[in-house]
Structures are given as C-alpha cells and as structure tokens.
Design a protein around this ligand. Structure first.
Ligand code: ATP
Length: 327
C-alpha cells in the first residue's frame, strides 16, 4: 500500500517579530496563508524489509532535491519517527518527496513535508489519530508544521505554533519570484536581532494588523497589497541585497503588494487576478537578473483540497479529496 498527500507552501502576509525571548525564540504574530504550490509526500510499506537503512527512509526528487538531507535531518523523516514513537511501535515506511516548493525559500517547504509525512503515515499505518493529536506532534517538530496541517489562512502566536483560523473572502492571486540559493532562517533571525541592536531602539510586542485582517475578511486584494508586512524583510535584504531589485521590479510592473516571503529569498507579489498574475510572472522572468523563475499560485488553499492517492493490493483511489474523516 502507498499513500500520497499533497501539501501546500505558505506565504506570511504579516510577520511581526517581537523581542528575543530567553529560550532563544521570538514572540511572533504570524499571518500564514497557504498557497497552491505543492510538494507531494508518498509513504509506502518498504518493499524489502531486509534492505539497509533505518525504519524510515526517504528519497527526494524535484526542485532543489540535492540540497535536502536524506537522513534523520529530513523533517519528513523526523515527523514519521515522532508519529511512530507516539504510537509506541516501531513502524517502517519508505517516503518519497516530490518537491516543487523552493528549498530554504521562506515558504516552509520542509514543514509542509513534515505535515505530509504525518498525514500519510497516519493513514499508511492505520493509526487513525485525530487532527488534534497530529497538531501536537507537529508543534514539536517545528513552529510552521501545525499550520501546514491546517492550511487556509490563520494567525499564529507564540513561536507561531498557536493557531487561530482567519475568516477570508474569495481568492488571492500571487506570483512568487524564486531566487538562486536559499537563506537560512536562523541566520535571518540573527541578522534581524543584529540590525535591531545596532539601531538601538526597543522592540515592541507584536500585534496583528487590523487593516490586514479587514482586507482578508472583505476579499480586498488592493487593501491587502498595501498592508503586507514582514519584519524579517530588512534582514533578508541585508543578507541578500539583490532582493531589493526584485521587489522594486514587481512594484514597477504593477503588483498590488510586494514582500519577501518569510525568511526569504523568495519574493511574493500580489496580483489582482489570475491574468494579472500570469502577465506579472512573464514580465519578471523576461527581465534579466530579477529572479531565477517566477510561478503563479492562489490562496488560501485547504488541506481538504489536497489529493490523497491511496493504493492497496485490492483498491486504488486517485484524485479524491481527502476529507476530515480520513485525517
Ligand atoms: P521556513 O519558511 O519554515 O523558515 P524555508 O522555507 O526557508 O523554511 P525549508 O525549505 O523548509 O526552508 O528548508 C530549511 C532547511 O531544512 C533546509 O536547509 C533543508 O536542507 C532542511 N530540510 C530538512 N528536511 C527538508 C525537507 N523535507 N524539505 C526541505 N528542506 C528540508
């Protein structure tokens, strides 16, 4: 039997970074938005139990695959191991990750893969754990993993792992300008702290932006474009100055809003329609030196829109939406 789960990338519509805490984390207000750029995670029973390797093995294909660890450092492997531990048994699985989400691109691809592994292995091993239990395991793996399970649009507080789903209207169209090479999230936070210390003024506690929440509720893309905000952006620009040109190009080409996605270096541009997004992506890739490539996507997307593809010796289902009962 094998189970395939499609997991979305995220963009942060607001990333408000509070003061550095004693535990090394920052208090955040993090408005997550899941978009239609997906990795696929397949979990299968190992073909040959006598094969070498640990009980959870992984193969990675596609976008940036060579940069991703295939040992216990892989977040999907860690997630499957944590799930097996919580079930108190030593389960085995072969994972295959088909990547489309840029690696170290500020779109939480590793967290998405971890969430995908939790859902796929829960199904493969017949554990039937409810969503709340998967959420708890997810929060231990990383701050962005719970949102990858939830999808849609949500505000995260604490380290970003305490989630409240947000009401939104309609669909928002995006262009993502992908860069060559990634940025390390811890380094970007470190640079943020350094820039703040050098500026010498205190950092306020983060609060959610009311105009941003209103624009989401009303489906107001123009209003949303005006209030996108990422406190990590100055740090990402400091570490990768070329991103200033990418953001400027998107603004000059008529995007409704331009922002570095999470810790970067992917830049996100809000468009007014699918056609506008397609034109913007084409214009960004036509100019040289702006980005490696540009992809369009829409949001918010829900995990219930994910493809769950399950094949057993007796049955085969494909392209069927996975509903809450299956999680
Ligand atoms: P975030 O937005 O959550 O800060 P990111 O999108 O910038 O993360 P990821 O693509 O999640 O970055 O990768 C971060 C690091 O995690 C990379 O250096 C990568 O090698 C490692 N990693 C471990 N497992 C995975 C995985 N399954 N997919 C991608 N990266 C992984």
């Amino acid at each position: 039997m094998h189970v395939t789960v499609r997991v979305p990338a995220k963009v942060n519509l607001q990333l408000a970074v509070g003061p550095l805490r004693e535990d090394g984390y920052h208090d955040l207000v993090n408005v997550f938005h899941a978009v239609s750029l997906y990795d696929e995670v397949t979990a299968a029973e190992p073909g040959d139990p006598g094969d070498s390797g640990g009980p959870i093995r992984v193969m990675v294909r596609g976008e940036g695959a060579a940069e991703i660890p295939t040992d216990d450092g892989n977040l999907a492997v860690r997630a499957a191991q944590a799930l097996a531990r919580s079930a108190g048994r030593s389960y085995r699985a072969d994972l295959v990750i088909d990547k489309a989400i840029p690696v170290a691109g500020g779109m939480a691809g590793g967290s998405a893969d971890a969430a995908g592994a939790l859902v796929a292995c829960n199904e493969l091993w017949g554990l039937g754990l409810p969503a709340e239990d998967l959420m708890e395991i997810a929060a231990d793996i990383g701050s962005d993993v719970p949102f990858a399970l939830l999808g849609g649009t949500a505000v995260g507080t604490g380290r970003g792992e305490r989630l409240t789903p947000l009401e939104t209207t309609g669909v928002f169209h995006w262009v993502f300008a992908l860069a060559d090479g990634g940025l390390s999230t811890p380094e970007v936070y470190g640079e943020c702290d350094r820039l703040r210390a050098a500026a010498g003024h205190g950092t306020p506690q983060p609060v959610a932006s009311e105009p941003l929440l209103a624009a989401l509720r009303e489906g107001d893309a123009e209003g949303l474009g005006r209030v996108l905000r990422n406190d990590l952006q100055p740090a990402a620009l400091s570490l990768r100055p070329s991103l200033a040109r990418t953001l400027r190009a998107g603004r000059e080409l008529g995007s409704l809003g331009a922002i570095v996605s999470g810790s970067g270096p992917t830049c996100a541009f809000l468009a007014g329609s699918q056609a506008h997004a397609t034109d913007l992506a084409a214009a960004l890739t036509k100019e040289t030196g702006i980005c490696r490539s540009a992809v369009t996507a829409f949001g918010p997307v829900l995990p219930s829109e994910a493809v769950l593809h399950r094949t057993t010796a007796e049955s085969s289902t494909r392209g069927r939406p996975c509903d809450a009962d299956e999680r």
